[in-house]
Design a protein. Structure first.
Length: 550
């Protein structure tokens, strides 16, 4: 897994490397500048032997120092380069000041004036090296106007001017993926678009991605992300508290790796089934509770996905009146009827090792009672550990008036899988409208600690968080963007994937199985492509799994 470092963690790591004597700040700055230039010519190879023009916008910190290095390296290739500095020269940090002084030995620095910027010859490239990883305040107006793409509109073929951001497009908070705004964002006249006009064509960051590259507005503003190695390794990295476990400040990006490909932590239960066989009960028995007549589709999607991903057997339990409807739509998935006042114990023996509750069940006291009963179940003679309980949709909303009732009942093999709306019903103070400067990672961690179980907060930037602070982020963005996954029933499929992966007695920890499920969910959507409906996710899973074993 790729570790995501916050701004503070990145600064701490750089300081440890410098304090250890392994590298100087100037060397790190030189490597960063060279890395950006290499990324530019890899991204636009047609520029390799061209003598073009760049405008490099440098800020008042070390990000600006990187900009001076980039300007010098581009100029050495014969490019025409105009450099602009925001802030006072005398206030530059020492390393940035050194690179500024090296630049002005042979080249001028232009005044930070929008009018002067527009009077210069048209650049082919704009380098945004104004504010990097540490900005937590709104972008100053005099910076926003220089970075706004509309500032280029007077030049011919302005649409061909490319923009590269150093670390991130200025104005983006790399800890949260949010844009710090000035003023009242609830004001009906408020318009954040000017800041959003600062999107880059290419964003180059160093050593490790940061949470804000993948959260919130990050993917929209960064567009394309490249991570450059600047040599932060060795003793400094080993001594860094970032490597200590557990560390609730740490988060990782979900990108599993298996057999040389992107898929790690592949569950032993699935590998066993795919390669070595075994009895069906060894791979888990998942029970999916369904809604009444006409509301069984969500449960069927969850059941089929659990079976496809490796559960040995799956049973849909539905009201007696819905039995015929579900029987007409299912074959390999078993069926059982649950009378109106029946209990889960009437239909589930101790071999049931996983439950999915919520999809299509309806918001009711009955749903709440069934959830609580499922959470009471513990390992029996035929099951080696407590059954996994995946709670989604109506199983969550049924506790909107008394979330503490749910939180008192959960156990370590429970995972809640809300989208933002369902999350807000259980955690109203952490909902999107009230979280302020907290990131999605922050609120998922807070929610997991409060609930006492895993939280999987769905979205383009899905976050998985544990009560101890461990967190993973899966972003369906950049090369993994799948906007067609926003379709009815996709969340039901994900719930089934988690249960199917985690129900086996030999599968990995629930947290890891959730990571794999989220990865597979997006991978299936990518494999199918536009036009996807939820049923397609289930049907294409064998193709996705075969690709991993090829």
């Amino acid at each position: 897994m790729t570790e995501l470092l916050t701004s503070e963690q990145m600064r701490r790591l750089e300081k440890l490397a410098i304090d250890s004597g392994e590298v100087t700040g100037l060397e790190l700055m030189e490597r960063a500048g060279q890395g950006v230039c290499d990324a530019i010519f890899e991204n636009w190879p047609e520029w390799q032997d061209a003598e073009l023009r760049a405008a490099v916008l440098c800020g008042p910190g070390n990000n600006g120092g990187d900009g001076f290095v980039i300007a010098r390296l581009l100029a050495s290739r014969g490019w025409g380069v105009d450099v602009y500095l925001y802030g006072a020269v005398e206030k530059l940090p020492p390393d940035a000041r050194a690179n500024h002084d090296r630049w002005i030995e042979t080249n001028p620095v232009c005044d930070w004036q929008p009018d002067g910027f527009r009077e210069k010859p048209r650049p082919d490239l704009i380098v945004d090296a104004v504010f990097g990883i540490g900005l937590t305040r709104h972008l100053p107006d005099e910076v926003a106007v220089m970075l706004d793409r509309s500032a280029c509109a007077h030049w011919k073929q302005a649409y061909k001017i490319r923009k590269v951001a150093v670390d991130c497009p200025s104005g983006l908070n790399l800890d949260s993926g949010m844009i710090p705004f000035a003023g009242d964002v609830d004001d009906p006249d408020f318009n954040p678009w000017p800041t959003m006009m600062n999107a880059a064509d290419l964003t180059v960051t160093f050593h490790s991605p940061k949470p804000g590259h993948y959260l919130g507005m990050g993917p929209l503003l960064c567009q394309k992300l490249r991570v450059v190695d600047i040599g932060l390794r060795g003793d400094a990295l080993e001594k860094s508290p970032l490597t200590a476990a557990p560390d609730p400040e740490r988060a990782r990006l979900v990108e599993p790796v298996f057999a040389g490909r992107p898929l790690r932590r592949w569950p032993a239960s699935l590998m066993s089934k795919m390669q070595h066989g075994g009895h069906k009960y060894e791979h888990g028995h998942v029970m999916v509770l369904a809604g009444g007549v006409g509301r069984g589709g969500a449960a069927r999607l969850a059941a089929r996905s659990a079976l496809r991903v490796g559960a040995g057997l799956v049973t849909v339990v539905c009201p007696t009146a819905a039995l015929q409807e579900n029987a007409a739509r299912l074959d390999a998935v078993m069926l059982n009827a649950l009378p109106k006042d029946g209990a889960i114990a009437d239909v589930a023996d101790d071999r049931v090792s996983g439950f999915v509750l919520g999809p299509g069940m309806g918001v009711s006291d009955r749903t709440q009672a069934l959830v609580l009963e499922a959470l009471e179940r513990r390992a029996g003679q035929a099951a080696g550990r407590d059954p996994v309980v995946v709670l989604d949709a109506d199983a969550l909303t049924s506790f909107a008036d008394s979330p503490e009732t749910l939180f008192k009942a959960v156990h370590t093999r429970t995972i809640l899988t809300p989208h933002e709306g369902e999350f807000g019903r259980l955690f109203p103070d952490l909902c999107a409208a009230r979280r302020g400067h907290l990131s999605k990672l922050d609120v998922a961690r807070l929610a997991a600690a409060r609930a006492g179980c895993l939280i999987l907060l769905k979205g383009v930037d899905t976050v998985i968080a544990a009560p101890d602070g461990a967190a993973s982020l899966h972003s369906a963005s950049f090369g993994r963007a799948v906007p067609w996954l926003a379709t009815a029933g996709a969340g039901d499929v994900l719930a089934g994937l988690i249960a199917g992966l985690a129900a086996s007695e030999v599968s990995g920890e629930l947290f890891n199985m959730a990571e794999v499920a989220v990865w597979l969910h997006v991978e299936a959507a990518r494999a199918f492509g536009p036009g996807l409906i939820a049923e397609d996710l289930v049907d294409i899973l064998p193709e996705v799994l075969r690709a991993q074993l090829a």
